[in-house]
Design a protein around this ligand. Structure first.
Ligand code: WTA
Length: 572
C-alpha cells in the first residue's frame, strides 16, 4: 500500500467542516436534541423518519422516487406517512403487537418501505429478507425468530415453508390474484380498509426495531437486533458522512434485506429529510447510469464490486450519461481498491469515499469525510464519538502499522443489543473488556487512518455480501451425490471473493461438468443465488481434524498454493 498518496478535499458544501475539531468536541447528547422525543420523551424511529417531516414544511417534498418497467411513482412525506399509518393499522387489526417479529419478503418496491415503516410504527420488530433467498435461508431466519406475520408476493410465498413455521399466523400478499387461503390477506384490500390515521406506539429507546440475520463461520445465521436508539447514529452519520443537504437526491444501491439498505437506505436519509431513489432488479451498468441521470442523483452510496463492474464497462459508457448532478460518492462492504478510487476521480471527477462498518455495528464507524484528505486504500478515520483501535487479544493497543484486531470502544448508539436467542455468540464480540471485537484485522497509520487487512474467521465476502461457509456446506451435503463439503472464499478481481466448494462424492457418483452444474443449481434454488459456489472441485477426501471437522484453513492453503501450516490436529 502507498501510504503517502493523498486526494485533497474537493467538495464545497459539507456539514462537517473540520474533522479534527469535531472529533475533539463531539458529544452524542447533542444529537438527542434534534429529535422531538427530547421534549416529549416519546420515541419511535419511524415517526422521526417520516411523520415529523409530514407535519412540517417538508410535507409535500418528495420522499421517494420509484420506477420499474410497469410503474413510475413518487411519494411525498405526507403520502409516506399515510401509507405507513395504514399499514400499521393493517398489522394491528391482525393482532400484531409490540415486540412481535414481522418479516418483509418483497422485491424492492414502495410496498417494502410502507410495510417496514408501518410495522416499526406499531413497535413490531422487522426482519427484512433479501428477495433472492430461497427456502432454506427463509426457513432458518423465520424459525429462529418465531415470526408471527410476513408480507410477501405470491411468487415469493412458494419459498416460505409455512408448515414448518408454527408461529407464523398471517400472510399479507402484494399482488394477490387468486382466492385467498385462510390466514392470507390481500395487501391492497387491507390497506383500503384500514384507517389512514394511526395511533403510533411510543416505545422505549432500547426497544427492538430491526432484526438483521448475518453469517458467521459456524452455525446458522445470527439474528442481530437493533433498537430505536440507533436513529441517533443513523441521523448523524447521514449528516456528516453522506453529507445530506436539503436538496439532495440520494441513492443507496443496497437492498433492505442487508443492513446497508435499512440503516442507509431508509433511516439515515429520511431522518435527515432527504429524497431517496429506489431501484430494484439486477445490476446493469446502463441501467445504473440511467438511474443516476434520470433522477439527477447527487449523493450515491454503493459497493466496490459495483464500481469495479462499472470500471469494466468502460469510461466511454459513463460519458454517454449526464452525471453532472452527482457530487458525493461513497462505498461500503468490502475493500475498495486504490485503482477504483483513482478511476472514479478520472471518470466521474469525484473521490469515492470508503466507509467501514458491519451488520453488528448498525452504522458507519470509520470513514472518509468530504472535508478530509483521502488516502486511497484506507477506510478513513473514526466517526466523532467513536473510539477505534487496533488491539491484541488481551486488549492492549498496538502502535501504528502493527496489524491486529480492529476494535471499537463500547458502547455507541447503533450497536447491536443482542443476537436473537444466542447469548454466547453475542458475548464473544465483547470478550475483551470495554471493547467490541469486529473480527476484522487492520492497522492504523501515524495519521490515524485505518487500513483493512482481512477477516479472522472464515466468512466469505462476495460482492460485498456476507456468506457463511457453514450454511453453504449444510446445503451441499443435502445433495444425494455429496458425501462431504468444505467451502472457502477464493480471491476474485471483480467480486472480491467468490464461493468455492470442495466436495467428495458418495459411492456410485462420478465427477463431471454436468454434476457441477447440477450442484450449483441445487444451492442456488435451495439457499440463495449469491451463495451458490461459482467454482466446485471434486476431491477423493477432504482434510479433517480427528474430531471430524473439515479444515477450511487447509483448503484455502491448497487453493492459494500456500504452506498448510500446523497439521497436527489432522486425521491420519
Ligand atoms: C467487510 C456491511 C473492507 C468487513 C455494512 C466487515 C469492509 C464486513 C468494509 C461486514 C470496508 C465492510 N473495507 N471491508 N470499507 N466495509 N467490510 O455485515 O469484513 O454485511 O466485517 O456489513 O464487511 O459486512 P456486513
Amino acid at each position: 500500500m502507498n501510504h503517502s498518496e493523498r486526494l485533497s478535499v474537493m467538495t464545497a458544501n459539507n456539514n462537517m467542516e473540520n474533522y479534527e475539531e469535531t472529533y475533539r468536541s463531539f458529544d452524542w447528547k447533542e444529537v438527542e436534541k434534534e429529535f422531538s422525543w427530547y421534549k416529549t420523551g416519546k420515541v419511535n424511529a419511524a415517526y422521526e423518519a417520516i411523520d415529523r417531516h409530514a407535519e412540517s414544511d417538508r410535507r409535500d417534498k418528495i420522499a421517494l422516487y420509484y420506477s420499474d418497467p410497469e410503474r413510475q411513482e413518487q411519494y411525498t412525506f405526507a403520502e409516506m406517512k399515510e401509507k405507513s399509518d395504514r399499514f400499521g393499522n393493517v398489522l394491528r387489526r391482525l393482532g400484531v403487537k409490540k415486540g412481535d417479529r414481522f418479516f418483509v419478503f418483497l422485491p424492492r418496491t414502495p410496498e417494502l418501505y410502507f410495510s417496514v415503516l408501518g410495522a416499526i410504527k406499531i413497535g413490531a420488530i422487522v426482519g427484512p429478507l433479501f428477495e433472492a433467498f430461497m427456502e432454506a435461508a427463509v426457513h432458518d431466519r423465520m424459525e429462529n425468530s418465531e415470526a408471527v406475520a410476513v408480507i410477501t408476493t405470491p411468487a415469493l410465498l412458494e419459498r416460505i415453508p409455512v408448515k414448518e413455521l408454527p408461529a407464523l399466523k398471517h400472510i399479507i400478499l402484494v399482488g394477490a390474484k387468486s382466492d385467498l387461503n385462510e390466514g392470507h390477506y390481500d395487501f391492497d384490500l387491507e390497506m383500503e380498509r384500514a384507517s389512514s390515521k394511526l395511533d403510533i406506539e411510543w416505545v422505549d429507546r432500547e426497544d427492538g426495531m430491526l432484526l438483521h440475520y448475518t453469517s458467521g463461520s459456524t452455525g446458522k445465521p445470527k439474528g442481530v437486533l437493533h433498537v430505536h436508539n440507533a436513529m441517533l447514529h443513523h441521523y448523524q452519520t447521514g449528516k456528516w458522512v453522506l453529507d445530506l443537504q436539503e436538496d439532495d437526491i440520494y441513492w443507496c444501491t443496497a437492498d433492505p434485506g442487508w443492513v446497508t439498505g435499512t440503516s442507509y437506505g431508509i433511516f439515515a436519509p429520511w431522518l435527515n429529510g432527504a429524497t431517496i431513489v429506489i431501484r430494484g432488479g439486477r445490476f446493469s451498468p446502463d441501467d445504473w447510469y440511467q438511474t443516476l441521470e434520470r433522477y439527477g442523483v447527487t449523493v450515491w452510496y454503493s459497493a466496490p464490486t459495483a464500481f469495479r463492474m462499472l470500471m469494466g464497462a468502460g469510461e466511454e459508457l459513463a460519458n454517454q450519461y449526464d452525471l453532472s448532478k452527482l457530487r458525493h460518492v461513497l462505498s461500503v462492504g468490502e475493500p475498495l481498491n486504490p485503482e477504483v478510487v483513482r478511476w472514479g476521480l478520472k471518470v466521474y471527477g469525484l473521490r469515492i469515499h470508503d466507509t467501514w462498518w458491519m451488520t453488528e455495528t448498525g452504522g458507519i464507524l470509520i470513514s472518509n469525510y468530504p472535508s478530509m484528505e483521502i488516502k486511497p486504500g484506507s477506510m478513513g478515520r473514526p466517526f466523532p464519538g467513536i473510539e477505534a483501535a487496533i488491539v491484541d487479544d488481551e486488549g492492549n493497543e498496538l502502535p501504528p502499522y502493527r496489524m491486529g484486531n480492529l476494535a471499537i470502544r463500547t458502547p455507541w448508539p447503533s450497536m447491536m443489543r443482542s443476537i436473537w436467542k444466542n447469548k454466547p455468540t453475542y458475548e464473544e464480540y465483547f470478550r475483551i473488556h470495554e471493547w467490541y471485537v469486529s473480527g476484522d484485522t487492520a492497522y492504523r497509520d501515524e495519521d490515524g487512518y485505518f487500513w483493512f487487512q482481512g477477516r479472522l474467521d472464515d466468512v466469505i465476502n462476495t460482492s460485498g455480501e456476507r456468506v457463511g461457509p457453514f450454511e453453504v456446506e449444510s446445503k451441499l451435503v443435502e445433495h444425494p451425490a455429496i458425501a462431504e463439503a468444505g467451502v472457502i472464499g477464493k480471491p476474485d478481481p471483480v467480486r472480491g471473493e467468490i464461493v468455492k466448494a470442495f466436495v467428495s462424492l458418495r459411492e456410485g457418483y462420478k465427477p463431471s461438468e454436468e454434476l457441477k452444474e447440477e450442484i450449483r443449481r441445487f444451492v442456488k434454488e435451495g439457499l440463495a443465488a449469491h451463495a451458490a459456489p461459482r467454482e466446485i472441485e471434486f476431491k477423493e477426501k477432504l482434510p479433517k481434524t480427528r474430531s471430524g471437522k473439515i479444515m477450511r484453513r487447509v483448503l484455502k492453503a491448497w487453493e492459494l498454493d500456500l504452506p498448510t501450516g500446523d497439521l497436527s490436529t489432522m486425521e491420519g
